[in-house]
Design a binder for this molecule. Structure first.
Ligand code: ATP
Length: 367
């Protein structure tokens, strides 16, 4: 296993910057997810580690060694692709054993090793089948087995679960989590699914427009999102964000917006600095931190009910403040609410996030 380092890495395609001056380190044995919307540069970053793209500028090191001059096959990397990239004319045994064949292992030895890995992944009984004769989930495990059959320094995954149905996807996610923690492999995993990143990663690099916006543990990203972009991307449903007017009264902070009044939040130096810089403040509250409360409750948002979606144990209650400015609460209740009825959603001041005029998180009091 090995560490991976990016030092001021840029990748341009013509005039377009797909990855711009990115620096970050992946520790030996870490599982790092590159998370972000389509086109933000995740796959390009992964392909540069594999040697399938060459950086326009900057350095990439694997295990401390600069790899710019190394051909993909000399980097000792294993990669699992979204479409599995299995050889259609080879049976599973030959597909899985392929990396050993390339390295000149004898037939008997490579088939024995392929069988060993296949048994761990519970596809050992399918070794004579062609890829077209097995299910999507089994193809995904075959592709994983091929990556694991030969010990690599770093394992790269490009959205490997995206072709699976919801149930198989959850199962495969749990399996990957177990496998990585068990083997202690260094893994870089590309996804645009925040739940997948939260479940798998030791650290998540949230990317936007070719840059890393935040690089931290899943819990840190959930608790202290660095920007409104991260706050809106991580969490299901995402954090509610409301533009507010802010005032000071007797050393306390008051926030106002349509249907919303918050009194008496602690005024900190960081908030004062953000107010002085201008641009307004954005209030953030996660859906799971909202509850239906009495109409006159403090620290609450009131608006007509837009939707009430029952999810089994919980409901998603959405109110609409006008012009599609909606606020969603995730609540555990069977209360009947009528569409259009005015609903008040309240929250504890400790669950409030504030962002400045540039969308950057303002540290909470005591942070
Ligand atoms: P997705 O989730 O859709 O796969 P991504 O975050 O992985 O997106 P990349 O595939 O890294 O995004 O692409 C980043 C940007 O670079 C995109 O705008 C893409 O169109 C562009 N790009 C990628 N490869 C090339 C190429 N070979 N030539 C030109 N532009 C490219």
């Amino acid at each position: 296993m090995a560490s991976v380092e990016f030092e001021n890495v840029t990748k341009r395609f013509g005039d377009f910057t797909a990855v711009g001056d990115v620096s970050f380190d992946i520790g030996d044995g870490e599982f790092v997810c590159l998370l972000g919307p389509s086109g933000c540069g995740k796959t390009t970053s992964l392909r540069m580690i594999a040697g399938l793209e060459t950086p326009t500028a900057g350095k990439i090191r694997i295990g401390g060694e600069e790899v710019g001059h190394l051909h993909p096959k000399d980097r000792n990397i294993a990669m699992v692709f979204q479409d599995y990239a299995l050889y259609p004319h080879m049976n599973l045994a030959d597909n899985i054993a392929y990396p050993l064949k390339v390295r000149g292992e004898a037939l008997e030895k490579r088939h024995a090793r392929a069988r060993e890995v296949a048994d761990v992944l519970k596809i050992g009984h399918l070794m004579d089948r062609l890829p077209s004769q097995i299910s999507g989930g089994q193809q995904q495990r075959t592709s994983l087995a091929r990556a694991l059959v030969y010990p690599a320094k770093v394992y790269l995954f490009d959205e490997p679960l995206s072709n699976l149905d919801a149930k198989l996807r959850l199962e495969a996610r749990g399996f990957l989590n177990h496998l990585q923690r068990d083997m202690g492999m260094t893994a870089v995993y590309v996804t645009h699914d925040q739940a997948e990143a939260m479940a798998l990663a030791t650290r998540i690099a949230v990317m936007d427009h070719g840059s890393i916006v935040q690089y931290a543990s899943p819990i840190e990203i959930y608790r202290r999102p660095a920007t409104t972009f991260v706050a809106n991307f991580v969490g299901n449903p995402p954090m509610n964000l409301v533009a507010v007017e802010a005032m000071q009264a007797e050393g306390k902070l008051q926030l106002r917006a349509k249907g919303l009044a918050i009194e008496g939040l602690p005024m900190t130096e960081a908030i004062a600095a953000a107010l002085a810089a201008g641009g307004g403040l954005t209030l953030g509250v996660r859906p799971e931190h909202l509850a239906v409360v009495a109409p006159d409750a403090a620290n609450a948002i009131t608006a007509p009910l837009f939707a009430n979606e029952n999810m089994g144990p919980e409901s998603l209650v959405t109110i609409d403040r006008g012009e599609s400015a909606r606020v969603t609460a995730r609540i555990f209740t069977d209360d009947h609410l009528e569409l259009g009825e005015r609903v008040t959603l309240g929250f504890a001041p400790g669950h409030v996030h504030l962002f400045d005029g540039k969308g950057l998180r303002i540290p909470a009091a005591g942070e």
